[in-house]
Design a protein around this ligand. Sequence first.
Ligand SMILES: CC(C)(COP(=O)(O)OP(=O)(O)OC[C@H]1O[C@@H](n2cnc3c(N)ncnc32)[C@H](O)[C@@H]1OP(=O)(O)O)[C@@H](O)C(=O)NCCC(=O)NCCS
Length: 199
Amino acid sequence: MRRIALPPRHAPRSTRAPRLSPGAVSGDTWTVLLRLAQPDDAIAVAELHVRSWQVAYRGLLFDDYLDALQPEVWAQRYTFADPDPLKPATILAQERDVICGFATIGPSGGEDTDSAGELLALYVDPERHGVGVGRALIHEARARLARQGFREACLWVLLGNERAERFYRIDGWSPDGARRPAMVAGFSVEDIRYRRPLP
Ligand SMILES: CC(C)(COP(=O)(O)OP(=O)(O)OC[C@H]1O[C@@H](n2cnc3c(N)ncnc32)[C@H](O)[C@@H]1OP(=O)(O)O)[C@@H](O)C(=O)NCCC(=O)NCCS
């Protein structure tokens, strides 16, 4: 468990007003707690995950599909707190008792990236975009992968997800030219791969 102090510039908008948001520890700084997800977190994570898909992938995937996503179904897919180090691990960012983002890491399954770690998911609550939560999570994700012995990491991002691509580039990731087609609810999409050395 790790508590990250974010600079005032990155404080949630509400903390700049006299009333403090749930995550604020003072008027000047606020903190997020980074911790590993537990099975009890599944529904809260799934609600955030679905909300984030509905915002990030609007215009990239069918509206009907996005609007029908069900957190209860997604919650059942997570395998939080699996003790097997070869299985994915999910890091949560939490403001007081509210989960505001998560990152999932694990070994990469790719043929040409089998010695790399992978950032399998990174989602921040749309209400908390742009305040430093994503940066805190990706730093922690990279550090954990490096501690597990990986010297390199990769991730896949949906083609057209410009905000995410910009974020990753600023964090030192570069596209390596690999692309993979995927079908999401009958919709044909393409993912592109980014890589960077660790940590
Ligand atoms: C992409 C996403 C994870 C970024 O998280 P975030 O909390 O909004 O980002 P932060 O507030 O930490 O980053 C703020 C800024 O710091 C930049 N930044 C990121 N890493 C940085 C670093 N290491 N050093 C300096 N700046 C950095 C970001 O590019 C961003 O700049 P911008 O606002 O001008 O674009 C978030 O917007 C999100 O959840 N998007 C929807 C889901 C998604 O697309 N996930 C990726 C799936 S592959």
